[in-house]
Unconditional design. Structure first.
Length: 282
């Protein structure tokens, strides 16, 4: 393989269509699309300072590197990307890309990152930014922390383990989401989603879990949460903590120690279609 090390490049497309190469201690200065159409690259200790560094690329490994603020929109239409120990400062990274694996990495400004992507695995990743993961599918998260609103809007086939979310309107308009051993804090969780399962989780959400079809909660704490389950159908909820209020569920069963208020103010609903059992009384 060609070896490129201890160099800097500037200007537009300085290494256009580079293939079968290793890059070590390289800095890409001002200049768009430095590695566009590249393939089979191993990149280490490299700094990307400008826009669109890896577009239409394939089979890329990046370790111990920096994508600075102006390297925005950096990885679009790129496939088979592996990254480890990287810092991503720029927004709008990863769009219409697939087969992405990231470990031990940090997104300082993940606004509009991972849009319309497929086959994503994130392990030990920290994320700050709104609209992360929009319309992406086949996603696996393990020890991922996200601070930012509207995470995973429109996502499909999402599996989450040991993660933390501080995000309003997370998991809206999704299909097939399963979350294990995680904590979620944020208003309006999961609206308009189909097949949403949470196991051994802690949730805090104002008006969470509304307009959901097939919602399952197993051994979950739902703390300081009000007006939950509105127009939610096929509920199977096993909640271990008192909740503030339940409003207008359509159907299913809910086991909960205490409910401060149960509200049915829609006369079109059949109350008996939802069985609410207060487990504290058993």
């Amino acid at each position: 393989m060609q070896e490129i090390s201890n160099q800097s490049f500037s200007g537009e497309r300085p290494l256009f269509a580079l293939k079968d190469a290793t890059l070590t201690n390289v800095t890409f200065l001002k200049g768009e699309s430095p590695l566009k159409e590249s393939e089979n690259l191993q990149i280490k200790n490299t700094i990307f300072k400008w826009k669109y560094p890896l577009w239409y690329s394939k089979n890329i490994q990046v370790k111990d590197s920096f994508f600075e603020d102006m390297s925005r929109s950096g990885l679009w239409y790129t496939h088979y990307f592996q990254g480890e120990n990287n810092i991503f400062q720029a927004p709008k990274l990863f769009r219409r890309s697939s087969d992405i694996q990231l470990k031990n990495s940090f997104f300082a400004n993940a606004e509009e990152t991972f849009w319309n992507c497929k086959n994503i695995t994130l392990e030990n990743v920290q994320v700050n930014g709104d609209y992360f993961g929009m319309n992406s599918e086949n996603i696996y998260l393990d020890h991922v922390n996200i601070v930012g609103n509207y995470a995973f809007d429109g996502g499909k086939n999402i599996e989450v383990h040991h993660s933390h979310f501080v995000t309003k309107d997370a998991f809206w308009n999704c299909e097939n989401v399963t979350i294990y051993d995680s904590t979620i804090s944020g208003e309006y969780l999961g609206w308009n989603t189909k097949n949403f399962t949470l196991i051994n989780c802690t949730i805090e959400s104002e008006q969470g879990f509304c307009y959901i079809d097939h919602l399952t909660l197993k051994n979950c704490q739902v703390i300081h949460s009000d007006l939950i389950f509105e127009y939610c159908r096929h509920i199977d909820a096993d909640i271990t903590t008192p909740v503030m209020s339940i409003k207008n569920p359509i159907s299913g069963k809910i086991n909960v120690p205490e409910v401060a208020e149960i509200i049915f103010d829609d006369d079109t609903l059949i109350k008996d279609a939802t069985k609410i059992t207060l487990t504290k009384e058993e």
